[in-house]
Ligand binder design. Structure first.
Ligand code: C2O
Ligand code: CU
Ligand code: CU
Length: 476
């Protein structure tokens, strides 16, 4: 990736090749020893140019996850370029300051490309002095991977088990590295957490039992901080956490954990004894950890004696203009999107991805507000033959905009599953991805502005996406 700022204070050209950054500038930085791409730092209002050169053996394209940019800049799979070709991005950063990211988006092979390291953070900086900065403002990209006995990444493209559940690794990587500890100063930190995993969902909690103080979601700062005993973070989602180590004794360790939870996974008719029963651990290796909801240690902070900067948490973080759903053109009849499994495929309203196709229910008008309801489960119209009771959580993601969550209906959920996750959801703020647990129904409201054309929405379990659990929507 070569990046160039067209406006603003910096006008140098940077080259990012083979994961080595040549040249230096505050707009691109590399995490030492990481397999991830660079961290791109920009400011609201800047116009940037990014040249993506594809040196991979297969086609690829970069998507800017969470950004409101024209469809040609969004990394739709139809824009994928082959080996040796390039794609030039040019857009103005109009989104709120916050933690966004970029990753490949070619049809059917997004999962393996992200898994092998192609992802990076895209941070829109804010100028607030009341928030931690410098090395006390830091990313935490959480991913899971598996290695075989030759220390090579395990990823079986097309493996049936992986297609069903998505890739679930047995080893955690933070910021593209396997060291899971870090020294911190006695001071206040802003942790920008991205779940960059293909399919693993985390139930984040502090080992010292303190609440997670949430200051931002996908689309930037919340209005005010939110205290959570734990947080459910699905693939694609970001959350920013305020953590104060000022009063912690030097030498103490505090770990970010992922607690056990019940994911509601059900293999339905293909369950034990059936097809899935025959595909168990053996084919993926015996030591594998292939369940969503297993407890894991993620990352440990060792508090040193070094004094850092201490800050009090601001009680007002930002202003959020609420979209009034009553103004939606379809307030009384929200569009419904059923995510379920049918005939060996993950589908949305019975359909899978087609590069060009846009159904009537996927067309929206520019400058209108709409309410969409996402439902994990079929629409009940099947005759019981095609729909097979197989259920998994799906992280739903819409390209090209940020939306607001207006309703999370849990009446169709299993009580035990809900009880294990119920305090972990955030309905506040701007979001672009949310977790749809089995039986859950979530309503979001959004405005279609500025650009017409085709964008996509999909399940951010990348193996599900690759199987076609993705569709176009078109702004007309
Ligand atoms: Cu991270 Cu199509 O998305
Ligand atoms: Cu996206
Ligand atoms: Cu899914």
């Amino acid at each position: 990736v070569a990046m160039q700022l067209l406006d603003g204070p910096k006008t140098n050209v940077f080259h990012y090749e083979a994961r080595l950054l040549k040249g230096s500038d505050s707009n691109l930085s590399e995490i030492q020893g990481s397999y991830l791409g660079p961290i791109i730092r920009v400011k609201h209002g800047q116009k940037i140019r990014v040249i993506f050169k594809n040196n991979l053996p297969r086609e690829s394209i970069i998507h800017w996850h969470g950004l409101h940019i024209p469809p040609e800049m969004d990394g739709h799979p139809m824009h994928a370029v082959d080996n040796g070709e390039q794609y030039v991005y040019e857009f103005t950063v109009v989104d709120r300051p916050g933690t966004y990211w970029f990753h490949p988006h070619p049809d059917k092979i997004t999962g393996p490309q992200v898994y092998r390291g192609l992802a990076g953070l895209f941070i829109i900086e804010d100028e607030r002095k009341s928030l931690p900065s410098g090395d006390q403002d830091q990313p935490l990209v959480i991913q899971d991977r598996s290695f075989n006995s030759d220390n090579q990444l395990v990823y079986v493209e097309g493996s049936p088990m992986q297609r069903m559940q998505g890739f679930l690794g047995n080893q955690i990587f933070i910021n593209g590295k396997k060291e899971l500890t870090q020294n911190v100063k006695k001071g206040t930190y802003r942790l920008r957490i991205l779940n960059g995993s293909n399919a693993r969902i985390y139930k984040l909690a502090w080992s010292d039992g303190s609440d997670l103080k949430v200051i931002a979601t996908d689309g930037g700062l919340l209005e005010k901080p939110l205290n959570k005993p734990y947080l459910i973070l699905a693939p694609g989602e970001r959350v920013e956490i305020w953590k104060d180590f000022s009063a912690t004794n030097s030498g103490e360790e505090i770990t970010l954990e992922s607690l056990a939870f019940s994911s509601g996974t059900s293999m339905g008719r293909m369950g034990s004894g059936g097809m899935m029963g025959n595909m168990g651990g053996g084919m993926m290796g015996g030591n594998a950890s292939f369940e969503n909801g297993e407890a894991m240690h993620l990352y440990t902070f060792n508090v040193t004696g070094e004094e850092g900067k201490s800050l009090g948490i601001p009680q007002t973080l930002s202003e959020i203009e609420e979209i009034d759903p009553v103004n939606a053109v379809n307030y009384d009849t929200p569009k419904q999107f059923h995510f379920y499994h049918e005939r060996m495929n993950w589908v949305i309203n019975g359909e899978t991805f087609d590069m060009e196709e846009v159904a009537d229910w996927e067309k929206v008008k520019l400058n209108t507000t709409e309410v969409w309801q996402f439902i994990n489960g079929d629409d009940g119209s099947g005759m019981g033959m095609m729909q097979d009771m197989m259920q998994l959580p799906h992280p739903a993601h819409i390209h090209g905009l940020q939306f607001q969550i207006i309703e999370r209906d849990i009446s169709g959920m299993d009580a035990e599953v809900w009880n294990s996750v119920k305090d972990g959801f955030i309905n506040q703020g701007w979001q672009d991805t949310f977790l749809l647990m089995p039986g859950m129904k979530v309503k979001v409201v959004m405005r279609f502005r500025d650009f017409t054309g085709k964008y996509i929405y999909h399940c951010h379990n990348l193996e599900h996406e690759d199987m076609g659990m993705m569709r176009n929507y078109e702004v007309l």
